[in-house]
Design a protein around this ligand. Sequence first.
Ligand code: C5P
Length: 232
Amino acid sequence: MGKDVIIACDFASAEATFAFLDKFVDEKPFVKIGMELYYAEGPSIVREIKARGHKIFLDLKLHDIPNTVKKAMKVLSNLDVDMTNLHAAGTKAMMEAAIEGLTKEDGTRPLLIAVTQLTSTSEERMRDELLISAPIDQTVMHYAKNAADAGLDGVVCSPLEAGKVHDTCGKSFVTVTPGVRFADGDVGDQVRVMTPAQAKEIGSDYIVVGRPITAADDPVAAYRRCVAEFVG
Ligand code: C5P
Protein backbone atom coordinates (compact mmCIF):
# COMPACT_ATOMS: atom_id res chain seq x y z
CA MET A 1 0.00 0.00 0.00
CA GLY A 2 1.53 3.32 -1.07
CA LYS A 3 2.18 5.60 1.88
CA ASP A 4 1.00 9.14 1.19
CA VAL A 5 0.14 12.47 2.76
CA ILE A 6 -3.49 13.55 2.16
CA ILE A 7 -4.22 17.27 2.53
CA ALA A 8 -7.62 17.97 4.19
CA CYS A 9 -9.00 20.74 1.96
CA ASP A 10 -11.42 22.10 4.55
CA PHE A 11 -12.34 25.18 2.56
CA ALA A 12 -15.83 26.67 2.17
CA SER A 13 -15.71 27.31 -1.58
CA ALA A 14 -14.17 26.18 -4.85
CA GLU A 15 -12.50 29.58 -5.14
CA ALA A 16 -10.64 29.18 -1.83
CA THR A 17 -9.73 25.59 -2.70
CA PHE A 18 -8.27 26.47 -6.09
CA ALA A 19 -6.39 29.46 -4.66
CA PHE A 20 -4.76 26.96 -2.29
CA LEU A 21 -4.10 24.24 -4.89
CA ASP A 22 -2.64 26.79 -7.33
CA LYS A 23 0.33 27.14 -4.96
CA PHE A 24 1.38 23.60 -5.88
CA VAL A 25 3.25 23.78 -9.15
CA ASP A 26 5.71 20.88 -8.97
CA GLU A 27 3.55 18.30 -7.19
CA LYS A 28 -0.06 17.09 -7.18
CA PRO A 29 -0.95 16.24 -3.58
CA PHE A 30 -3.63 13.68 -2.66
CA VAL A 31 -6.53 15.81 -1.33
CA LYS A 32 -9.46 15.13 0.99
CA ILE A 33 -12.79 16.73 0.12
CA GLY A 34 -15.21 16.77 3.05
CA MET A 35 -18.89 17.50 3.55
CA GLU A 36 -18.54 21.29 3.76
CA LEU A 37 -16.91 21.72 0.36
CA TYR A 38 -18.91 18.95 -1.32
CA TYR A 39 -22.27 20.26 -0.10
CA ALA A 40 -21.31 23.82 -1.05
CA GLU A 41 -20.06 23.06 -4.54
CA GLY A 42 -21.54 19.69 -5.53
CA PRO A 43 -19.91 16.94 -7.61
CA SER A 44 -18.31 19.46 -9.99
CA ILE A 45 -15.67 20.26 -7.36
CA VAL A 46 -14.58 16.60 -7.43
CA ARG A 47 -14.43 16.54 -11.23
CA GLU A 48 -12.45 19.78 -11.37
CA ILE A 49 -9.87 18.71 -8.80
CA LYS A 50 -9.57 15.32 -10.50
CA ALA A 51 -9.07 17.03 -13.87
CA ARG A 52 -6.15 18.95 -12.34
CA GLY A 53 -4.48 15.60 -11.69
CA HIS A 54 -4.97 15.14 -7.94
CA LYS A 55 -5.95 11.91 -6.23
CA ILE A 56 -9.11 12.40 -4.14
CA PHE A 57 -10.40 11.04 -0.83
CA LEU A 58 -14.13 11.90 -0.77
CA ASP A 59 -14.93 12.05 2.95
CA LEU A 60 -18.74 11.93 3.09
CA LYS A 61 -19.12 9.26 5.82
CA LEU A 62 -22.25 7.54 4.50
CA HIS A 63 -24.61 5.93 7.03
CA ASP A 64 -28.13 4.79 6.01
CA ILE A 65 -30.03 1.59 5.21
CA PRO A 66 -28.05 -0.79 2.96
CA ASN A 67 -30.14 -0.20 -0.16
CA THR A 68 -29.79 3.59 0.06
CA VAL A 69 -26.04 3.41 0.69
CA LYS A 70 -25.62 1.00 -2.23
CA LYS A 71 -27.41 3.38 -4.60
CA ALA A 72 -25.56 6.42 -3.28
CA MET A 73 -22.22 4.64 -3.69
CA LYS A 74 -23.19 3.73 -7.26
CA VAL A 75 -23.61 7.45 -7.98
CA LEU A 76 -20.30 8.29 -6.27
CA SER A 77 -18.48 5.58 -8.24
CA ASN A 78 -19.06 7.68 -11.39
CA LEU A 79 -16.92 10.44 -9.87
CA ASP A 80 -13.86 8.20 -10.09
CA VAL A 81 -12.38 9.15 -6.71
CA ASP A 82 -9.49 7.17 -5.23
CA MET A 83 -10.88 6.71 -1.71
CA THR A 84 -14.23 7.21 0.02
CA ASN A 85 -15.79 6.24 3.35
CA LEU A 86 -18.80 5.29 5.50
CA HIS A 87 -19.69 4.65 9.14
CA ALA A 88 -18.99 1.11 10.34
CA ALA A 89 -21.95 1.61 12.73
CA GLY A 90 -24.19 1.03 9.70
CA THR A 91 -23.42 -2.72 10.13
CA LYS A 92 -21.77 -5.30 7.91
CA ALA A 93 -24.85 -5.54 5.69
CA MET A 94 -24.57 -1.83 4.91
CA MET A 95 -20.82 -2.09 4.28
CA GLU A 96 -21.27 -5.05 1.91
CA ALA A 97 -24.01 -3.17 0.05
CA ALA A 98 -21.68 -0.16 -0.21
CA ILE A 99 -18.98 -2.27 -1.87
CA GLU A 100 -21.53 -3.63 -4.33
CA GLY A 101 -22.67 -0.13 -5.24
CA LEU A 102 -19.16 1.24 -5.54
CA THR A 103 -17.78 -1.54 -7.75
CA LYS A 104 -17.79 -0.68 -11.45
CA GLU A 105 -18.65 -3.10 -14.24
CA ASP A 106 -14.95 -3.78 -14.84
CA GLY A 107 -14.60 -4.88 -11.20
CA THR A 108 -12.55 -1.87 -10.05
CA ARG A 109 -13.52 0.52 -7.27
CA PRO A 110 -11.99 3.19 -5.02
CA LEU A 111 -10.57 2.23 -1.63
CA LEU A 112 -13.45 2.04 0.85
CA ILE A 113 -12.59 3.05 4.40
CA ALA A 114 -14.73 2.86 7.56
CA VAL A 115 -15.09 5.41 10.33
CA THR A 116 -15.24 3.48 13.63
CA GLN A 117 -16.16 5.66 16.60
CA LEU A 118 -15.61 9.36 15.91
CA THR A 119 -12.83 10.81 18.04
CA SER A 120 -15.35 13.40 19.24
CA THR A 121 -17.32 10.60 20.97
CA SER A 122 -15.98 9.98 24.47
CA GLU A 123 -16.26 6.66 26.27
CA GLU A 124 -18.70 8.31 28.71
CA ARG A 125 -21.03 9.53 25.93
CA MET A 126 -20.80 6.15 24.21
CA ARG A 127 -21.95 4.46 27.40
CA ASP A 128 -24.56 7.01 28.56
CA GLU A 129 -26.05 8.12 25.22
CA LEU A 130 -25.41 5.18 22.89
CA LEU A 131 -25.66 2.44 25.55
CA ILE A 132 -22.40 0.86 24.37
CA SER A 133 -20.79 -0.44 27.55
CA ALA A 134 -17.55 -1.89 26.09
CA PRO A 135 -14.39 0.24 26.43
CA ILE A 136 -13.87 2.60 23.48
CA ASP A 137 -10.64 0.96 22.22
CA GLN A 138 -12.37 -2.42 22.17
CA THR A 139 -15.31 -0.90 20.28
CA VAL A 140 -12.97 0.70 17.74
CA MET A 141 -11.16 -2.63 17.13
CA HIS A 142 -14.47 -4.52 16.91
CA TYR A 143 -15.81 -2.07 14.30
CA ALA A 144 -12.50 -2.33 12.40
CA LYS A 145 -12.84 -6.13 12.39
CA ASN A 146 -16.44 -5.83 11.12
CA ALA A 147 -15.20 -3.57 8.32
CA ALA A 148 -12.49 -6.08 7.39
CA ASP A 149 -15.02 -8.96 7.48
CA ALA A 150 -17.33 -6.99 5.17
CA GLY A 151 -14.47 -6.64 2.66
CA LEU A 152 -13.57 -2.99 3.26
CA ASP A 153 -10.00 -1.85 2.73
CA GLY A 154 -9.32 -0.07 6.01
CA VAL A 155 -10.36 2.42 8.67
CA VAL A 156 -9.89 6.03 9.67
CA CYS A 157 -8.29 5.97 13.09
CA SER A 158 -6.03 7.87 15.44
CA PRO A 159 -2.34 7.31 14.62
CA LEU A 160 -2.14 5.92 18.17
CA GLU A 161 -4.50 3.10 17.13
CA ALA A 162 -2.89 2.28 13.78
CA GLY A 163 -0.52 -0.37 15.13
CA LYS A 164 -3.28 -2.19 16.97
CA VAL A 165 -5.59 -2.06 13.95
CA HIS A 166 -2.85 -3.74 11.88
CA ASP A 167 -2.39 -6.38 14.60
CA THR A 168 -6.15 -7.05 14.65
CA CYS A 169 -7.03 -6.83 10.95
CA GLY A 170 -3.74 -7.56 9.18
CA LYS A 171 -0.85 -5.50 7.81
CA SER A 172 -2.53 -4.87 4.47
CA PHE A 173 -5.66 -3.37 6.12
CA VAL A 174 -5.25 0.35 5.47
CA THR A 175 -5.02 2.90 8.29
CA VAL A 176 -5.85 6.51 7.45
CA THR A 177 -4.88 8.75 10.32
CA PRO A 178 -5.75 12.40 11.07
CA GLY A 179 -4.52 14.22 14.19
CA VAL A 180 -1.04 14.89 12.80
CA ARG A 181 1.04 17.86 13.95
CA PHE A 182 4.66 18.95 13.54
CA ALA A 183 6.76 18.62 16.69
CA ASP A 184 7.19 22.42 16.80
CA GLY A 185 3.65 23.30 15.59
CA ASP A 186 0.28 24.32 17.05
CA VAL A 187 -1.89 21.43 18.25
CA GLY A 188 -5.13 23.46 17.79
CA ASP A 189 -8.28 21.56 18.81
CA GLN A 190 -6.78 18.09 18.25
CA VAL A 191 -6.15 16.25 21.50
CA ARG A 192 -4.17 13.10 20.78
CA VAL A 193 -1.62 14.01 18.12
CA MET A 194 1.47 12.55 16.49
CA THR A 195 4.17 13.93 14.22
CA PRO A 196 4.38 12.62 10.64
CA ALA A 197 7.59 10.76 11.61
CA GLN A 198 5.86 9.07 14.57
CA ALA A 199 2.88 8.14 12.36
CA LYS A 200 5.34 6.51 9.95
CA GLU A 201 7.03 4.67 12.79
CA ILE A 202 3.74 3.24 14.08
CA GLY A 203 2.72 2.11 10.60
CA SER A 204 0.01 4.52 9.39
CA ASP A 205 -0.59 4.06 5.66
CA TYR A 206 -1.96 7.54 4.96
CA ILE A 207 -1.86 10.65 7.13
CA VAL A 208 -4.57 13.29 6.75
CA VAL A 209 -3.15 16.74 7.44
CA GLY A 210 -5.22 19.92 7.40
CA ARG A 211 -4.24 23.12 9.16
CA PRO A 212 -0.51 22.36 9.61
CA ILE A 213 -0.41 22.67 5.79
CA THR A 214 -3.44 24.83 4.85
CA ALA A 215 -2.76 27.49 7.51
CA ALA A 216 1.04 27.48 7.13
CA ASP A 217 2.84 30.62 5.91
CA ASP A 218 4.32 28.43 3.18
CA PRO A 219 1.90 25.53 2.51
CA VAL A 220 4.11 23.94 -0.14
CA ALA A 221 7.09 23.84 2.25
CA ALA A 222 4.85 22.41 5.01
CA TYR A 223 3.55 19.73 2.62
CA ARG A 224 7.09 18.83 1.57
CA ARG A 225 8.13 18.58 5.21
CA CYS A 226 5.22 16.18 5.88
CA VAL A 227 6.17 14.03 2.90
CA ALA A 228 9.84 14.02 3.91
CA GLU A 229 9.00 12.97 7.49
CA PHE A 230 6.26 10.47 6.62
CA VAL A 231 7.23 8.93 3.31
CA GLY A 232 10.97 9.58 3.65
O1 C5P B 1 -6.66 20.61 10.43
P1 C5P B 1 -6.48 19.20 10.90
O2 C5P B 1 -5.12 18.61 10.55
O3 C5P B 1 -6.85 19.00 12.34
O4 C5P B 1 -7.54 18.39 10.01
C1 C5P B 1 -7.78 17.02 10.19
C2 C5P B 1 -8.82 16.55 9.22
O5 C5P B 1 -9.15 15.20 9.54
C3 C5P B 1 -10.13 17.34 9.27
O6 C5P B 1 -10.71 17.32 7.95
C4 C5P B 1 -10.99 16.53 10.22
O7 C5P B 1 -12.36 16.67 9.97
C5 C5P B 1 -10.52 15.10 9.90
N1 C5P B 1 -10.73 14.14 10.98
C6 C5P B 1 -10.18 14.27 12.25
N2 C5P B 1 -10.41 13.32 13.22
C7 C5P B 1 -11.18 12.26 12.93
C8 C5P B 1 -11.73 12.09 11.67
C9 C5P B 1 -11.48 13.06 10.70
O8 C5P B 1 -9.48 15.24 12.51
N3 C5P B 1 -11.36 11.34 13.87
